[in-house]
Design a protein around this ligand. Structure first.
Ligand code: NDP
Length: 255
């Protein structure tokens, strides 16, 4: 087995590479930088993918919340291209291979923050830069209807850990079944670390530091339910935030 991972050097991508390695699966990372076990995006465009691969995954994307980068039109273009363009490039290449699966990620910013509880079936119009990005990012992953490759997109919340199953396709809300607020998360995380919860940073300061358009990732939230994931019978190892934070804290102390 051989899996190609766009963005395989990142937080999620490197965890995937490590997991595949444990199961004896070869990986090739698509990266901006050449190196052993890697191909660059330019090479991919020029030469395509090796034909004999089993799956392609894309988790590339410029870090939106990088505090060193101002929210300028140029940076927004990077944020956009690093997701939409890389996904399109892989979608174009994967159809010429023997891959059975094409998996991509997008974000819960797809949904407009409100009191509504969203499932994968909820229709949501684009309403700002991030939601428009999520719509286009997901569209970029669509394969032609005559392709037999199973394609799915995980519409992800903040990642603490993940697994998947073989029989699903389409959109999957990559969140745990418990809906919580940022404040509840902070308290659960602090409790797991045996530390007092920090005083929340006021919204206006986050807006000033990051620009309102991207600070909303931290200041607003969507109520998202992983309906299709639960229907598919997926069992969460850490279905609630307390259990997840305790496990996360263990990893921090072990490291
Ligand atoms: P990271 O920032 O850790 O890694 C993403 C990878 O993308 C990098 O290793 C880099 O690879 C590549 N990359 C960065 N900038 C660019 C660019 N301008 N052009 C092309 N490639 C670029 O991200 P995560 O692993 O945390 O997240 C991966 C994806 O999942 C992102 O698209 C993110 O939006 C999405 N996501 C993440 C969530 C999270 O909680 N982490 C939640 C929801 C969605 P290289 O340097 O090798 O080119």
């Amino acid at each position: 087995k051989h899996v190609v991972i766009g963005g395989g050097t990142g937080f999620i991508g490197s965890a995937l590479v490590d997991t595949f390695r444990i199961f004896g699966v070869n990986t090739t990372v698509v990266s901006r930088m050449p190196g052993p076990g890697r191909i660059t995006w330019n090479e991919l465009e020029r030469c395509g993918l090796p034909e004999d691969i089993s799956a392609v995954i894309n988790v590339a994307g410029q870090n939106i919340l990088d505090p060193r980068c101002r929210w300028t039109p140029g940076f927004k273009q990077n944020v956009w291209n690093s997701r939409v363009y890389t996904t399109k490039t892989l979608a174009k290449a994967v159809v010429h291979t023997k891959a059975e699966t094409f998996a991509t990620i997008s974000g819960v910013a797809y949904y407009k923050p409100s009191e509504i509880e969203y499932t994968e079936d909820s229709k949501c119009e684009k309403y700002d830069f991030l939601s428009e990005l999520c719509h286009e990012w997901e569209r970029a992953a669509e394969l032609s209807t005559n392709s037999n490759i199973r394609q799915f997109t995980i519409r992800s919340g903040v990642v603490l850990g993940r697994k998947d199953t073989k029989d699903v396709s389409g959109i999957l809300n990559g969140v745990a079944p418990q809906i919580i607020t940022n404040e509840q998360f902070t308290k659960a995380f602090a409790a797991a670390l045996w530390r007092p919860a920090v005083i929340p940073v006021p919204t206006f300061l986050l807006n000033m530091a990051f620009h309102k358009e991207r600070a909303k990732i931290m200041t607003e939230g969507q109520k998202v339910i992983p309906k299709r994931v639960l229907d598919a019978g997926y069992e969460y190892e850490f279905p609630n935030i307390d259990a997840a934070c305790k496990q996360f804290a263990k990893l921090i102390y072990i490291d």
